[in-house]
Design a protein around this ligand. Structure first.
Ligand SMILES: Nc1nc2c(ncn2[C@@H]2O[C@H](COP(=O)(O)OP(=O)(O)OP(=O)(O)O)[C@@H](O)[C@H]2O)c(=O)[nH]1
Ligand SMILES: [Mg+2]
Length: 487
């Protein structure tokens, strides 16, 4: 493998920091847990539910250290990284519990430190520090760019944009592309127009209706303070994969900016965040993909493979085995399982397992344990059997958010409804080969291929304050992610 100079510098920085953290870890055992997922996957709700449950002694029967009473308490403490925004936990709890609204979208990285005081199985009193890092999955999907040069990336992203499901969304960009000549002289306006149309295409792919998952460069859709910088003003061009860009050409300009994107965005993310994680949970809104159809599901599968490859990239591109990225457990979680009756939860897990299977084999080989769970971090529904004629249908009951509609009825955000959410197929293959026609309980011709959005649950206050938020299988996730560190 050829190591480029930036990689060597990167390696030195990583090693220095890893050594420092190794020393700190000896005195103060710490687990850095990465929480990621594409936008709207459920990251903010997951962290809020998890921290709320841990700090208030929620019902976590499968999380052994808590269930067996060995956890004395969990408390928030100031986080270690001064330059990373704090996860706005208190506000999110208030929004969920008092306003019964879901928290707003959060486009940036954030962090929260939780200290868990517990008793070892041997009886000794200990503390484990859990640093939870919430970062957008779009950033993670950028990591493969580190292995690609501009020409390779152009070829790959153009061929993706020409695939049948995406080509209609990329029509305007393709029209622009056909007017561009890579060897023509560099032109700022041409670069800006191409970058804008390329971004529009990426945004259209992400649209809920299509729910496509594979969209690097991720920062194009969430530019933050990099908006309008040259590092975000480039697009793929039809150029020879082994050719070289003439000086002063549009191609050379795009190429330089693509490299700048890696320097300004991707490498710092790898160094400052990704390489420091010990454990990782990847949240997936699999239900949205099911409802968008098999193409979205294949897209999701490709994105999951890409994500798992990122964990491998980390391992294989870093020189020293001592300081390589250390993620040793990866959990894939299908979120929002409360949209289904519990009879379908195992099926939801089976589909996700099928989607990560191929890639998981390889990551396991690379030394990380992988598991899959279907969960709901904040459960918004209850279950009931609803009679329809002679049949009893396994249904869910919840309060649809104001403005939601079903079968022509608009909901006011106050009244509860019972709906039959539909079953997932017993055989996951049906979802992948298109045999499955969506879960919506409305007739397929009027289905808008998505679920009713329910409000967060109404909680009764008790004498000790608010009760823990209800959830589904959050305890199983915790047991896998940190159970072994609390023995
Ligand atoms: N019913 C239900 N809905 C959920 C659950 N978790 C998330 N949602 C829904 O999914 C939406 C997105 O959840 P967030 O936690 O904000 O997702 P995110 O990944 O942080 O999204 P970004 O900040 O936009 O990247 C919420 O607004 C809810 O509508 C859950 O456990 N149950
Ligand atoms: Mg969020």
């Amino acid at each position: 493998m050829v190591l480029h100079f930036p990689d060597i510098v990167e390696e030195a920085r990583l090693s220095a920091r890893a050594l420092k953290e190794f020393g700190e870890n000896l005195f103060n055992p710490t687990v850095r847990l990465g929480v990621t997922g594409l936008s709207r996957a459920g990251k903010t709700v997951f962290i809020t539910g998890l921290v709320h449950g841990l700090t208030r002694g929620g019902r976590f029967p499968i999380f052994e250290p808590l269930a067996s009473g060995r956890i004395a308490r969990a408390r928030l403490e100031p986080q270690p990284d001064d330059a990373v925004p704090r996860f706005d936990y208190e506000n999110h709890v208030r929004t969920l519990i008092e306003e019964r609204r879901w928290p707003h979208s959060t486009a940036d990285i954030s962090e929260l430190r939780l200290v868990i005081d517990y008793q070892r199985r041997s009886g000794a009193e200990r503390s484990l520090t859990l640093d939870i890092v919430d970062y957008p999955g779009e950033w993670l999907l950028d990591l493969p760019l580190l292995r690609q040069d501009y020409e390779q990336w152009s070829k790959e992203s153009l061929s993706l944009s020409r695939a049948s499901s995406r080509a209609p969304l990329a029509a305007a960009f393709h029209a622009c592309l056909s007017t561009l000549e890579g060897t023509a002289s560099a032109d700022e306006q041409a670069a800006r127009t191409a970058a804008k149309l390329f971004t529009d295409y990426l945004r259209a792919c992400r649209d809920e209706r299509f729910a496509m998952s594979l969209l690097p460069p991720g920062r194009f859709l969430m530019p933050g303070n990099l908006a309008d910088t040259p590092a975000l003003t480039f697009a793929p061009l039809d150029v020879a994969i082994d050719g070289s860009a003439p000086d002063g050409s549009l191609w050379a300009m795009m190429r330089r900016r693509y490299e700048a994107y890696k320097d300004v965005v991707v490498r710092p993310f790898f160094r400052d965040h990704f390489a420091r994680l010990d454990r990782q949970i990847v949240l997936v809104d699999a239900l949205a993909a099911f409802n968008a159809g098999p193409e979205a599901l294949h897209d999701l599968e490709a994105a999951l493979t890409g994500i798992l490859d990122c964990f491998r990239i980390g391992r294989s591109t870093i020189l020293s085995s001592l300081f390589r990225p250390k993620i040793d457990r990866i959990l894939f979680a299908a979120t929002k399982a409360d949209h289904l009756h519990h009879q379908s939860h195992d099926r939801l897990e089976a589909v996700l397992r099928r989607a990560v299977a191929k890639a998981a084999d390889r990551a396991e080989y690379a030394g990380a344990a992988i598991d899959v769970v279907a969960l709901s971090a904040v459960r918004a529904t209850r279950e009931a059997q609803v009679a329809r004629g002679r049949e009893k249908l396994p249904s869910i009951i919840g309060t649809p958010a104001p403005g939601e509609t079903a079968n022509g009825e608009a909901f006011d955000g106050e009244s509860e409804v019972a709906t039959f959410p539909g079953d997932l197929p017993a055989d996951p293959e049906e979802l992948f080969n298109g045999g499955f026609r969506g879960l919506s309980s409305t007739a397929s011709e009027q289905a808008d291929f998505r679920f009713l959005r329910f409000r967060p649950p109404l909680l009764e206050r008790t004498a000790e304050g608010e009760p823990a938020l209800p959830h589904i299988r959050l305890d199983r996730a915790l047991q896998f992610l940190i159970g072994d560190r609390l023995q």
